[in-house]
Design a binder for this molecule. Structure first.
Ligand code: EPZ
Length: 424
């Protein structure tokens, strides 16, 4: 039985939606909770497949994890585990975040190579290089990775080969309890990095400069628990905004925190959308005029145009008049969804890392298949704008990053439902 989204598109979107907490904040913070000697409460944690996988890993490591309404309550492991359970660890890229915390707690950690969306090669060499310079010994055996350390990890002055989000987060967690000070240079600056640092500082860490190119950390001997509300999900915001661009209408997002979209808002305004902030921490997007192509859009690390927003914005601009080229500089294979866009009537072609689109075109319903999380969301966005019925197969990918994409858009007037069907 495969999960699907069934969409009857062509309707404008109207209404208000509250943004959930950011998946890419919640996942590293759940791993960082392993470092705390006391209770941790995470507020408003979305019900995502990757959160379920994280909870399975945490429980296998001996922590107590209970969901109370929208909050997750975690208690430390009486005896820290060190082997990650294979299935959840292989189910997502975020299992890599457990390397540093478990190494600190147990002196060793064993896990399979992490999974995650197939977006091209996704090595973890920077994570491992930084940890080894802090004193970890690394061993690969039959596709399993084992790290050991005979003593407490040592603080370092380290320049990342490239500003990897995950590697920055791994080394932040490693530095928080390392012996001595750590300086991390050429780090990622995404809002989720700041959010992880805020959580760790709430637990008693001394991290300065998160969100800047250089982060300084004073290693502590222990961290206590904390209560933390993760930042809102800027990629869910981009997804809703792109759907308004494609379908037309007017939607207000609440609980946006700082401007969740930056360059994404600029691109959507160039396409013919109007955006404003009717009340504090809100973001309204409307499109009444004809959708225009926006020329070249190049993704980049923060504060650039987010790579995760590329497929959903492409889905929203698929029918636009003129030309749009979205080039992803971060991942090699971001546009596996191009085939589905073409099946929906889009005039698209892939040129290396870029997706070129030309219009106007009239999109019409089709059966399409998602190959990854954001590509699946992009296909759903395009299907919402397409006249007639579409089926998006592989909707299990979408559930990794959206608790209830169908419900969220139904509340905005769309005709979409989630379901299952026998896979032929
Ligand atoms: C995080 O993935 C996000 N995932 C991704 O979101 C996001 O697309 C990505 O950052 C970029 O913003 C989570 O936060 C859970 P990277 P991550 O390390 O950490 C290369 C989604 O849809 N690299 O910044 O894996 C890597 O191959 C997901 O929500 C190395 O070469 O991204 C890639 O080309 C998809 N060696 C580039 O860096 C390393 O050790 C950026 O990867 C690490 C990364």
């Amino acid at each position: 039985m495969g999960e699907i989204l069934r969409v009857r598109g062509g309707r404008p979107l109207e209404g208000t939606v509250r943004l959930p907490s950011a998946k890419n904040s919640v996942l590293p913070i759940l791993a960082a909770a392993v470092l705390a000697d006391g209770p941790v409460v995470l507020r408003d944690v979305p019900d995502l497949a990757d959160v379920h996988a994280s909870v399975a890993i945490l429980r296998a490591l001996g922590l107590t994890v209970r969901r109370r309404g929208g909050d997750l309550h975690l208690l430390p492991a009486p005896v820290p585990g060190w082997q990650l359970p294979e299935a959840p660890a292989r189910a997502m890229r975020s299992s890599v975040f457990y390397l540093a915390p478990v190494l600190h707690r147990a002196g060793c950690v064993r896990m399979p190579m992490p999974g995650g969306c197939r977006l091209g090669p996704r090595p973890i060499d920077i994570h491992l290089d930084g940890l080894s310079r802090m004193g970890a010994q690394t061993l690969w055996e039959d596709g399993w990775l084992e790290l050991r350390t005979s003593a407490r990890l040592q603080g370092i002055d380290y320049t990342l080969r490239l500003p990897s989000v995950g590697a920055t987060e791994t080394l932040l967690m490693a530095a928080a309890l390392a012996k001595g000070d750590t300086v991390l240079r050429n780090v990622a600056r995404e809002p989720e990095i700041r959010d992880l640092a805020d959580f760790l500082n709430a637990c008693g860490a001394r991290i300065e400069g998160a969100g800047q190119p250089v982060i300084r950390v004073q290693g502590k001997t222990s961290l206590h628990g904390a209560r933390h509300r993760p930042i809102p999900d800027r990629i869910v915001a981009a997804t809703v905004a792109a759907a308004v661009a494609g379908c037309g209408g007017c939607v207000t997002m609440l609980g946006t925190g700082e401007d969740p979209l930056g360059p994404v808002a600029d691109v959507l305004e160039r396409a013919g959308c109007h955006t404003d902030h009717p009340v504090p921490e809100s973001w309204r997007v409307q499109r009444q005029d004809r959708l225009q192509g926006v020329g070249l859009v190049r993704t980049g690390v923060w504060p650039g145009f987010s790579t995760d927003a590329a497929p959903v914005v492409a889905g929203g601009l698929l029918a636009a008049q003129g030309d749009t080229v979205v080039e992803d500089t971060v991942f090699e294979d971001r546009f596996a969804c191009a085939e589905g866009f073409a099946q929906l009537g889009g005039q698209v072609c892939r040129r290396g890392r870029a997706l070129a689109m030309h219009g106007p075109v009239q999109l019409s319903g089709a059966r399409v298949r998602a190959a990854d999380l954001r590509g699946g969301a992009g296909l759903a966005v395009a299907a919402l704008a397409a006249a007639g019925e579409s089926v998006v197969e592989g909707a299990e990918y979408v559930r990794r990053g959206y608790a209830d994409l169908a419900g969220m858009f139904r509340a905005l007037g769309a005709d979409v439902c989630a379901g299952r069907e026998n896979r032929a």
